[in-house]
Design a binder for this molecule. Structure first.
Ligand code: IMP
Length: 437
């Protein structure tokens, strides 16, 4: 039977998907990225060496894995070529293991200009990588796709039209000039295209024919999903499981036998603006940030930190139809005497445990916490559940019971081997399937 796995973010991104995907993709033939773009920053540490991937699927770090940049992504070709060359420069053979969708849209320099301008009026706190404007152009039917680059005249015309539109917008709405040059932009994009042209294909057709195992790597997180997240403080793609079909061009039925797992930190973080009911703005939040090294992999911005929010995770379980949850960074809680988790929200005397859509409501909800005694012992690098203090096990057990979804794995440090299974999947032959809880 075909064996596929979907890995998603259960919170606001930065859950540690990079490390988890790197680890799990050892058991898969193909790794697919299908939404978002260089706003993602997936960090992997192998043998002390740190890799941060923005556009390439993380799974490609394994020598046997084929990487797919699927049609739902918005691709900054300059960055993609840069990433490819950087990895090849570090001794990894990437080029001939990569496929890039001919239907993927491009992020152009004018998208980045617009990202900055939009941020000045109504701040979202974007990564300024041109992601939102690129999707705007896509849905406004003004986008340029990778397949367009095959026809230089068409590409030139599209860039020209878009530049004129952006110029008008900048001057007439924002009273700004930009220094973008049509000829230069055209030449550069054709140059980058030359570097990847040999790897461009119809990735939907390729995946439909492929019979091996595939891992689908979600970027960002469920709460940043354009439809299911904290709109408008979200990214511009479907970062939840909702994005799988349109992001890959594969029919929904394709995923009916896949496993759906999501990654969550043992606490919560978010970057950028927007609702975050369990945010800690006191010294405890600072402690989480410092212990967790909570600074953005893409922008270096300090992340906002807070207690784990099970209302958020429940939303992720339901929206994504999760089969399992992977928890990361439990060790960041090692130094806390008391640890809290949010189990419901309260508003105007009403208690509820579903994530509301409206910002006005969200800005007023008060989290209701359950308190746990901290374990005050080192759990960093633990390799089996017997190494965990009983208080930590109680914390994990509560999360699993509340969500009604198995905790399948615990990641206990940034290195590839710092993890252990709480519920070993059936596909890992040779190792006994064992369930801890
Ligand atoms: P954009 O995706 O650059 O448009 O940013 C929209 C929102 O999503 C901002 O709050 C960003 O900080 C956030 N965001 C985008 N990508 C990531 C990510 O990979 N991790 C965490 N937050 C992200």
């Amino acid at each position: 039977m075909k064996r596929d796995l979907v890995i998603l973010g259960a919170q606001w991104g930065d859950e540690g998907k990079g490390k988890v995907v790197d680890l799990l993709s050892a058991d898969f033939d193909v790794a697919v990225r299908y939404q978002g773009g260089s706003n993602a920053g997936h960090t992997v540490v192998v043998g002390g060496e740190r890799f941060v991937l923005h556009l390439l699927p993380t799974g490609i770090l394994h020598e046997h894995t084929i990487g797919v940049v699927a049609q739902g992504m918005v691709v900054d070709l300059e960055l993609l070529v840069g990433e490819l060359e950087e990895l090849e420069g570090r001794g990894l053979r990437i080029y001939d293991r990569l496929f890039i969708s001919d239907r993927a849209h491009l992020v152009m320099p004018y998208h980045k200009v617009l990202d900055s301008l939009f941020e000045r009026r109504g701040k979202i706190g974007t990564t300024l990588r041109g992601i939102g404007p690129s999707y705007m152009f896509k849905y406004g039917r003004k986008g340029i796709r990778v397949c367009d680059l095959e026809d230089p005249d068409r590409t030139y015309r599209l860039i020209k039209e878009n530049l004129e539109f952006v110029q008008d917008l900048c001057e007439k709405v924002y009273c700004e000039n930009h220094s973008l040059n049509l000829e230069e932009m055209f030449e550069k994009i054709m140059e980058y295209y030359k570097r990847i042209r040999g790897r461009v294909t119809d990735t939907t057709q390729w995946l439909l024919k492929f019979e091996g195992s595939v891992l689908f790597e979600g970027a960002q997180g469920t709460m940043l999903d354009i439809d299911m997240g904290t709109y408008p403080f979200v990214t511009s793609s479907n970062a939840s499981a909702l994005g799988l079909s349109n992001g890959t061009g594969l029919p929904p039925k394709y995923f009916s036998t896949a496993n759906f797992w999501a990654v969550s930190k043992a606490y919560a973080t978010r970057v950028g603006e927007g609702p975050f009911p369990t945010e800690l703005t006191d010294e405890k939040g600072e402690q989480l940030r410092e212990r967790g090294g909570e600074y953005g992999a893409t922008t270096g911005r300090p992340r906002r930190c807070g207690w784990l929010d099970l209302v958020v995770l429940k939303h992720a379980v339901e929206v994504n139809g999760l089969d399992g949850l992977i928890l990361t960074k439990l060790d960041v809680l090692d130094g806390f005497e008391e640890i809290k988790v949010c189990v419901a929200y309260e508003l105007d005397g009403q208690v509820f445990d579903h994530f509301p859509a409206g910002l006005s409501k969200l800005s007023k909800v008060a989290p209701i916490y359950k308190s746990f005694k901290g374990w005050l012992r080192n759990t960093r690098g633990a390799r089996s559940f017997s190494e965990l203090p009983k208080e930590a096990l109680q914390y994990l057990q509560f999360i699993q019971d509340y969500l009604g979804v198995s905790l399948v794995m615990l990641s206990t440090g940034p290195e590839r081997e710092e993890y252990f299974w709480l519920q070993e999947p059936a596909w890992r032959e040779g190792e006994k399937t064992r369930k801890v809880f």
